[in-house]
Design a protein around this ligand. Structure first.
Ligand SMILES: [Zn+2]
Length: 247
């Protein structure tokens, strides 16, 4: 199928646009062991569950992707650069000489991480979800000015400071392996000021206004000193936190 020409949503140039750009990159499914043998993916709708409705357990094919939004240079260059590093950070062994891990009850701290790449990687997922028309991302609605600020940050490799576009990281340390098989439908809350993305074994909570976050969990984020603190939660604690944040 021939590529269409159009305006790339990241660089805003008129280019040939890719027929298929992942919103959530493949490796978040694949390396997260979320693929079933038949290459379909389980999904669970946390938003509906939390709003008192029954969780819908549907199946989707090979993650979520969309055509006609990004050019080859943006998808395969700028965004791939963030993805390659984060993939190694999350699943690879190649960075292990460089990274310093500290394990203590309820948390994992990692030092010497690339603040810009990890932060811009996760912001690029949020941004891609916000420009996507896929129903899976329907709750990811971001104010146009904020979306433009994110676009420039991703395009120019500028992660800004610790207090800008804060993200909290939680590791699912529950012992039920089945629960780790799910990617949750992203949830938006607080009138577009917070968003929750659930991956196999990892939860990322974006907060545009840190005053809405309980102080005791605000430490679990990434710092421009190259430190990332991840909160370790049991399955039960995760559920309680969801109810607290979105109930
Ligand atoms: Zn582009």
């Amino acid at each position: 199928m021939a590529m269409k020409t159009g305006i790339c949503k990241l660089c805003l140039q008129e280019k040939q646009l890719l027929n298929k750009s992942h919103i959530i990159p493949d490796f978040m499914y694949r390396d997260g062991k979320i693929y079933h043998d038949d290459h379909t993916v389980h999904k669970i709708d946390f938003g509906k569950s939390l709003k008192g409705k029954v969780a819908r357990r549907g199946r989707q094919n090979s993650g979520e992707y969309e055509g006609g939004i990004l050019c080859k240079e943006c998808d395969g260059g700028i965004i791939k650069n963030y993805e390659d590093y984060t993939k190694l950070f999350l699943y690879g062994k190649q960075l292990s000489n460089q990274l310093m891990y500290q394990f203590s009850p309820g948390q994992v701290t990692v030092q010497n991480v690339d603040y810009a790449k990890i932060k811009l990687f996760f912001l690029s997922i949020l941004w891609r979800a916000s420009v996507s028309s896929r129903p899976f991302f329907k709750e990811i609605k971001i104010d146009e000015n904020v979306r433009e600020e994110l676009r420039e940050m991703i395009l120019n490799g500028n992660p800004k400071g610790n207090e800008d576009f804060t993200m909290l990281f939680m590791l699912d340390a529950g012992d039920n392996p089945n629960l780790k098989q799910y990617i949750g439908q992203p949830v938006g809350s607080d009138n577009g000021r917070s968003f929750l993305f659930t991956y196999p074994g990892l939860i990322v909570y974006y907060v545009f206004d840190i005053d809405i976050v309980p102080k005791q969990i605000l430490n679990f984020r990434i710092y421009d000193t190259g430190e990332i603190r991840l909160m370790k939660l049991s399955g039960r604690q995760i559920w309680d936190l969801f109810k607290y944040l979105f109930g």
